[in-house]
Ligand binder design. Structure first.
Ligand SMILES: NC(=O)c1ccc[n+]([C@@H]2O[C@H](COP(=O)([O-])OP(=O)(O)OC[C@H]3O[C@@H](n4cnc5c(N)ncnc54)[C@H](O)[C@@H]3O)[C@@H](O)[C@H]2O)c1
Length: 260
């Protein structure tokens, strides 16, 4: 028996990285999943990675989370194909690394449009579809939403913003049986990390070694580590958990790694 048997989920940013891993995990646990993303080719590859016997439980829908009509169309796709929506994971996100003093205003606005407004639009379209029967809203934040990080000012502001959004969604959703929770991964082994290491001006190995210094458990997160946390919060095992922020960070936010 799967932990998400009978559930229907929408996952944004599902063509790559964490969203793809969550989609594969949710499908393996018996969910039917709408995979939403701007990247159509990546979406096809994600679906191709689904075992043949459960491929019919996955559906790709092109969407740009900064466009409300796209978010609504993805929710409608779930309702039309499977008649319900139980889980929405607002995961799509981008970075625009750079010191705030030098950051172009257009980069600031692009990051907020996807990472903050996109989460608002995704969760509100899903919320309306869940009002009759309850559901689980999940938001992919980051440890960069809990603390400052040089070069990640716009990104961190957007990720802190969604944590506040989740708390309000939890309070407003409670009377409808809608839960809302956030996941805060530390550096996770996806293309986004490699892009950031490039900006740091370091090679791949030196860059990774630098990032590992701040992770007590001594490795980057894997997309599967994060998918497992999402699975728990999405499932009925977390039926009494709402409004929380769950770090998936190998101890990063527990404190300093040395007394010095
Ligand atoms: N990788 C990390 O270290 C890390 C750490 C903490 C949080 N996160 C967060 O996890 C989420 C996924 O990141 P990832 O590392 O898998 O990155 P990724 O770049 O591998 O995947 C992001 C996906 O989002 C899609 N996307 C981008 N803009 C979109 C838009 N406007 N509409 C729909 N889809 C869009 C991309 O096409 C891509 O498939 C992001 O919100 C990111 O901020 C990542």
């Amino acid at each position: 028996m799967g932990r998400l048997d009978g559930k229907v989920a929408l996952i944004t940013g599902a063509s790559s990285g964490l969203g793809r891993a969550a989609a594969l995990r949710f499908l393996r646990e018996g969910a039917r999943v709408v995979l939403g993303d701007v990247d159509v080719q990546g979406g096809a590859e994600a679906l191709a990675a689904v075992p043949a016997e459960s491929r019919a439980n996955g559906l790709f829908q092109r969407l740009d989370v900064s466009r409300e009509e796209d978010c609504q169309a993805a929710v409608d796709a779930a309702l039309q194909r499977w008649g319900q929506l139980d889980i929405a994971l607002a995961n799509a996100g981008i970075g625009a690394p750079g010191f705030l003093a030098a950051l172009a205003r257009s980069d600031w606005e692009r990051v907020l449009a996807v990472n903050l407004t996109g989460v608002f639009l995704t969760t509100r379209c899903a919320f309306r579809a869940m009002q009759g029967r309850g559901g689980s809203l999940l938001v992919m934040s980051s440890v960069a939403g809990l603390e400052g990080t040089p070069s990640l000012g716009a990104y961190g502001a957007s990720k802190a913003g969604v944590l506040q959004l989740v708390k309000t969604l939890a309070l407003e959703g409670a009377r409808y049986g809608i839960r809302a929770n956030a996941v805060c991964p530390v550096w996770t082994d996806t293309p986004m990390v490699d892009a950031f290491i490039k900006v740091m001006g370091l090679g791949r190995e030196a860059g990774r070694a630098r990032l590992l210094k701040d992770i007590p458990l001594g490795r980057l997160a894997t997309p599967e580590d994060v998918a497992n946390a999402c699975l728990y919060l999405a499932s009925d095992e977390a039926a009494f958990v709402t409004g929380v922020t769950l770090p998936v960070d190998g101890g990063h936010t527990a404190g300093r790694t040395s007394a010095g």
